[in-house]
Design a protein around this ligand. Structure first.
Ligand code: ZN
Length: 150
């Protein structure tokens, strides 16, 4: 244990209220031999001194995602959600499918909804909708709209 008494201008480890970590602070105010106010050397914020050791167990800070991080994550999730959903649809549909019955995909072919095709690039796919000259096929990596002779 160090017996050196801190004084204003000294460096001290403290829990920063902004950085939320224990970091190097400069003592800016003392009352007798107690540090009362410090300035964070990381963010420059001045705040009341908090001992680096959390004395009360309920004060332990749990790692928590910030609101901004949550929003970013939600946006990413929403964007890929449709694709993930399609991949899941493909997986469940392919379990009941017979690959032997899949017909090779041709641009001039005609297709029926719920029939399986095999595509040289996208693989095994389920026809989900047919519109004039186009067929929407659910492949393992998502839906694709392809040309056809319908
Ligand atoms: Zn700070």
């Amino acid at each position: 244990m160090s017996s050196k008494k801190p004084s204003a201008g000294d460096y001290i480890d403290a829990r920063c209220t902004k950085c939320r970590v224990i970091s190097n602070h400069t003592i800016i105010a003392m009352v007798e031999d107690k540090v009362v106010r410090v300035q964070c050397n990381t963010c420059g914020g001045a705040h009341n001194y908090r001992a680096p050791k959390a004395e009360k167990p309920e004060k332990v800070v749990k790692p928590r995602a910030t609101a901004a991080a949550k929003t970013a994550k939600a946006a990413r999730t929403a964007r890929s959600k449709a694709v993930v959903l399609e991949q899941e649809q493909w997986l469940s549909a392919s379990q009941d499918a017979d690959p032997a019955k899949a017909v090779p995909y041709r641009m001039d072919g005609t297709y029926k909804v719920k029939s399986w095709i095999s595509h040289p690039t996208f693989g095994f796919g389920l026809v989900v909708s047919v519109v004039p000259n186009k067929v929407e096929i659910l492949f393992q990596d998502g839906k694709k709209l392809l040309r056809c002779g319908n």
